[in-house]
Design a protein around this ligand. Structure first.
Ligand code: SF4
Length: 349
């Protein structure tokens, strides 16, 4: 950091430094497609609020140049809800906390109907999710039957899964079923993970992602912002995701869930959320960055449009796993207003 880039007393960075880090990002990320380093990401995360619009504009230019205008739309469905033995402190589906979520299974007709509704919105991705440490034989059999039934119904939407940690045999089984993408979030920086989860390690999650990639499935891995991590840890997480180089990074913002250890956490402020999205876009110029859970609450009046113009190029439509999202049509209309085409199925095959 140059002398002009010293931080002011309130922890922000003065204008000369702002210009400097954005100018560096313009040349490095926009022109050459090289993502920000951890240190550079940290400087972006500490930019003054006054410069947020400049940052978002740059993140949008980067997204348009390296990813294009298309937006990938995805729907998700929970095939097994609640009762999870793990203790992820943000999660209302953990059976270890007194949350109102009860254990439930979705049957095959329900799965087929959810896939149909998702395809109807124009979405190209349908992700089958289960609240488990990892899948057992019953769950894998249910997923296999579900994928078969969705195909038999004439729906050719792409199918992704999120079923927790996998063994090599399970990875191979999912490939055999035709599952093309696997979601498994690293959730947060490696250094912060033990504060968030104690029943398994960040490295175990990383191992699953490595096997998924080696088996030829697309890797989807992101996390949750607002779990008590520092700016340094946000920058660390961006660097670790860049090292993983996933096809897709879903960005969630904590929704403090009743009964969980994080129930009293403050929500991330809208402007901070936008800044994090833009910083991650600059750290991951070519990665699909998806708005996932929590955006309605976090962005509020700022609106999802701001994020779509600040680096995001994929969304989850409809309801999330345990929280209601806004109606899918509202998001589809928003994309039309922004003149951002929905990525077509033929582009993703
Ligand atoms: S493993 Fe998944 S479902 Fe289980 S507690 Fe953690 S985040 Fe929730």
């Amino acid at each position: 950091m140059t002398a002009a880039a010293e931080r002011t007393q309130d922890g922000t960075i003065n204008d000369a430094a702002v210009d400097d880090v954005l100018a560096v990002a313009r040349e490095q990320v926009l022109d050459r497609g090289v993502g920000l380093t951890r240190e550079q990401t940290l400087r972006v995360l500490r930019l003054d609020h006054d410069r947020l619009d400049d940052l978002l504009a740059l993140a949008h230019e980067v997204r348009m140049k390296w990813c294009g205008p298309e937006v990938e739309v995805e729907g998700i469905v929970s095939v097994k809800t609640g009762g999870c033995p793990e203790d992820c402190h943000f999660c209302s589906q953990s059976g270890r906390f007194p949350t109102p979520v009860r254990s439930a299974w979705l049957d095959i007709p329900g799965l087929v109907e959810a896939a149909r509704q998702t395809a109807e919105t124009g979405a190209t991705e349908f992700c089958i999710v289960a609240a488990v440490r990892g899948p057992d034989a019953r769950l894998l059999a249910q997923v296999r039957e579900g994928v078969k039934a969705i195909r038999a119904s004439g729906n050719d939407i792409q199918i992704a899964c999120s079923l927790g940690m996998l063994t090599q045999e399970q990875v191979d089984e999912l490939v055999d079923m035709g599952v093309h993408r696997y979601n498994h979030n690293l959730e947060t920086a490696r250094s912060h993970f033990p504060n968030v989860v104690t029943t398994h390690s960040w490295e175990e999650r990383w191992d699953t992602l490595r096997m998924v990639r080696e088996a030829g499935m697309e890797v989807c891995s992101g996390g949750i912002v607002g779990m008590g991590e520092t700016d340094e840890q946000r920058a660390e997480f961006a660097e670790q995701l860049a090292e993983l180089d996933p096809h897709e990074v879903p960005m969630n913002f904590l929704i403090p869930q009743p009964g969980t250890p994080y129930e009293k956490y403050e929500q991330v402020e809208g402007k901070d959320a936008l800044r994090v999205i833009a910083a991650f876009r600059l750290a991951l110029p070519r990665t699909m960055l998806r708005f996932a859970g929590g955006r309605e609450l976090t962005l509020g009046d700022l609106g999802a449009e701001k994020g779509m113009l600040g680096g995001v190029n994929a969304i989850i439509v409809g309801n999330y796993l345990t929280n209601l999202g806004r109606p899918a049509q509202q998001d589809i209309d928003m994309l039309a207003d922004l003149k951002m085409p929905i990525k077509a199925l033929s582009d993703t095959l």
